[in-house]
Design a protein around this ligand. Sequence first.
Ligand SMILES: CC(C)(COP(=O)(O)OP(=O)(O)OC[C@H]1O[C@@H](n2cnc3c(N)ncnc32)[C@H](O)[C@@H]1OP(=O)(O)O)[C@@H](O)C(=O)NCCC(=O)NCCS
Length: 150
Amino acid sequence: MYIRKLEKHEKVPMELLLLADPSKSFVEDYVAKGDCFIAESEEQIIGVYVLLPTRPKTVEIVNVAVAEEHQGKGIGKLLVSDAVRVAKTHGYKTIDIGTGNSSIGQLALYQKYGFRIVSVEYNYFVKHYSEEIYENGIQCTDMIRLSREL
Ligand SMILES: CC(C)(COP(=O)(O)OP(=O)(O)OC[C@H]1O[C@@H](n2cnc3c(N)ncnc32)[C@H](O)[C@@H]1OP(=O)(O)O)[C@@H](O)C(=O)NCCC(=O)NCCS
């Protein structure tokens, strides 16, 4: 498996991106503005992340996803660490990521990689998503924003 930047003319792995973010219009918007990186194995895309510059010297991982059949094998960790490496290489000083209050595994993963919780956007998912989202038996209502210095 290796990770590479998706060229602008290549088709984005929309199904994978929708695993992390059910809003197709949000995904299309940030994919057009940011850079998409893919994990490939045997010519199949099994993982993806998207980096979007948001403020001076700051970039955000706006989407990270691993194909369901490949989850739990360390690929998500490789994607997050690659995003940190790419951000450092490009001279960014801060990398951000956001996730839902119900995303227990994701919150664990990001904190294991040095991301710290910096804020909570109360009712973010209630306001911006038309359908209710549930994970781990918890309604996803609030956006937990995490950040790591590079
Ligand atoms: C989130 C996602 C990208 C993680 O990728 P993955 O390949 O399954 O994850 P990995 O196998 O690399 O490992 C995840 C790490 O989080 C840890 N983790 C997961 N759930 C945990 C929990 N409940 N408590 C503690 N640690 C947990 C794992 O133990 C592992 O760390 P470890 O190896 O040190 O134990 C993947 O599950 C996915 O695509 N999910 C759907 C899309 C999504 O939710 N994207 C993120 C939106 S914010």
